[in-house]
Design a protein around this ligand. Structure first.
Ligand SMILES: [Zn+2]
Ligand SMILES: [Zn+2]
Length: 569
């Protein structure tokens, strides 16, 4: 049984504390009435106890064979416990399974691609001839023929894709990116060893004198730089000198730094290092990364790569605002851009502003890792593995600002100051905050206001980190999250089939997913049941399944580790 780790504010705790004897409220008083739980809360608490989604969606399932339709509650799939504790716990467990699968693999998780077929090669030759012909008619200035050849190229590409060839022979867009960085700005060549990267992703083994073969892996923690001394509660010793601006910028650009770290690491060690990483805040609210790495890498090498890795942000400077909130640039419908409120001149476009960065200018920001780096060896199936996976996924059901409880005014002030710093920091080229610095954001539209950008990085619950919380390299387990989910459904299906049970959910043994059509019922749909009825239905269904599985566990000695998944395919 899944036991949710957190309960949102609007729900009573799943297992309430026994009431402490206190002053007895007068029966019928407001206080006495407020003590009685709302019926809705009771249903939601039962749903949480049973691992049933508290915000289900209604989906109509139509059998393509019989035309029979049925309305089925489908879990909301939230990853945060503040939205739906059972769904958040379920997705955390899925991540744990994903992490475990890839950590100590003996073999490469993904097969090499099949060699190209004769048909595919013939099409590629035809494609080359078309490219040649296109060049000739283009030189002759025959626009009509170019269009014709482009259409044929499109057909060949489609046929290749029908043959199961992934990707394209050549990019559709023929324009080269016009901005070329000088070598001084190239940052893919830090002072590190550079080896050709083998296709290998599994780590090496070590054989002990007694013949035991060990396949060790690693657990790595990377942190952001320091922004000023902090106390044990994570708040700065001197808030006035703590560098909130750099903390904000580092958080926004941290994902880019991580990408570069893995890239540098692979080149430095010469094999295709794979990782399962989770991002969470330290107590001082700076992001740090926990990563399970497959295989071992010497600590000195990890330190070397972390110290040499940096990411330069080549954005226009934002150290001084050009406009304050009273004199903001105004939108002009005719030009489709923003203009200076005083002179009426259009603001420089994003591209123009980036092009204006000179050869001798410094990058707007440089992100680096902090000096703290931890790396530990982990062997397969040791007690440590489970503990480490728990540690890696511990905070996944919480928003970043809720990972550490804020108790004191000092901590609250620290969160507020960081949130203030994040408010006007541009999060991306399209960010509304560029207006404050006299630059049109990329793809400008009406109604943009600095400080009101809707980018995730500005939200308090992300603490500047608007990216994904779990970062998994492609060849970690060789499976997508959907593959892992299907593994679970298959497992349950086998269990139910072995018991001769005929469930009615998508995990039912006799359900062919290909013969079912699913449509989401919109909230206004008259056929959509009320949310409460959906939850009650799901609880009853779960109750039946659990009873079936429990009987099976008693008889056959097997037990299911998770509930039947009712995700719509
Ligand atoms: Zn849910
Ligand atoms: Zn933004």
């Amino acid at each position: 049984m899944t036991s949710p780790t957190a309960t949102p504010d609007h729900l009573p705790p799943a297992h309430p504390e026994p009431a402490t004897p206190g002053p007895v409220d007068r029966p019928g008083s407001r206080a006495a009435r407020m003590r009685s739980p709302l019926a809705r809360q009771v249903v939601e608490a039962v749903a949480v106890d049973h691992g049933v989604c508290v915000r289900p969606l209604a989906m109509r399932r139509t059998s393509l064979d019989t035309g029979e339709t049925q309305i089925i509650p489908v879990p909301c799939g939230a990853t945060l416990a503040s939205k739906c504790p059972p769904c958040a716990e379920r997705s955390r467990r899925l991540r744990m399974a994903q992490c475990k699968t890839g950590w100590h693999l003996d073999d490469e998780p993904l097969p090499d691609p099949d060699p190209p077929s004769t048909d595919a090669k013939a099409l590629a030759v035809l494609r080359a001839d078309l490219e040649e012909a296109r060049g000739e008619v283009l030189a002759a200035g025959d626009a009509g023929q170019v269009t014709e050849i482009d259409q044929m190229i499109g057909q060949v590409d489609q046929e290749l894709s029908d043959l199961g060839v992934r990707g394209r022979i050549a990019p559709v867009d023929r324009d080269r990116p016009r901005r070329v960085r000088s070598t001084r700005r190239r940052q893919d060549a830090p002072d590190l060893p550079r080896l050709p990267v083998e296709r290998r992703t599994v780590g090496r083994t070590f054989t002990a004198p007694d013949g035991t073969v060990w396949r060790p892996s690693m657990f790595l923690t990377l942190t952001c730089d320091t922004y000023g001394r902090v106390r044990s509660d994570g708040t700065p010793v001197d808030p006035a000198t703590y560098d909130y601006r750099r903390a904000a910028r580092d958080a926004i650009h941290f994902p880019k730094l991580l990408d570069r770290f893995w890239q540098n690491l692979r080149r430095a060690v010469g094999w295709d290092v794979q990782y399962f990483a989770a991002l969470e805040p330290q107590r001082r609210l700076a992001p740090h990364l926990h990563a399970a790495i497959r295989g071992t890498i010497p600590r000195t090498m990890l330190r070397l790569v972390a110290a040499a890795t940096y990411h330069q942000v080549w954005w226009p400077a934002t150290d001084r605002p050009v406009y304050d909130n009273q004199t903001l640039p105004t939108w002009d419908d005719t030009t489709g851009g923003y203009h200076d409120p005083g002179t009426g001149e259009p603001l420089p476009s994003w591209d123009a502003a980036v092009d204006a960065i000179g050869e001798d200018d410094e990058p707007a920001h440089v992100v680096r890792f902090g000096p703290q780096l931890r790396a530990d060896g982990v062997t397969a199936n040791s007690a440590n593995t489970g503990r480490m996976i728990g540690y890696l996924t511990k905070y996944l059901t919480k928003s970043l600002d809720a990972c550490h409880a804020v108790h004191s005014d000092r901590q609250r002030a620290h969160v507020n100051r960081l949130a203030d710093a994040l408010r006007y920091e541009p999060c991306s080229p399209t960010c509304a905050n560029w207006l404050r610095y006299g630059i049109q954001p990329r793809n400008p539209r009406k109604g943009l206001a600095p400080g009101r950008c809707t980018g995730k990085a500005h939200r308090r619950e992300t603490l500047g980190f608007g990216g994904r919380r779990v970062l998994v390299s492609r060849r970690w387990s060789g499976k997508t999250l959907t593959d892992h989910r299907h593994d679970r459904v298959d497992f349950i299906r086998q269990q139910l089939a072995a018991l001769g049970a005929t469930g009615s959910g998508p995990a039912a043994p006799d359900t062919d997913p290909g013969r079912l059509a699913w449509t989401l019922l919109r909230p206004g749909d008259p056929a959509a049941p009320r949310r409460e009825h959906l939850i009650l239905h799901a609880i009853a269904q779960r109750h039946t399944w659990r009873a079936q599985l429990d009987t099976g566990a008693g008889l056959g000695g097997s037990s299911a580790t998770g509930p039947p998944l009712s995700d719509a395919a």
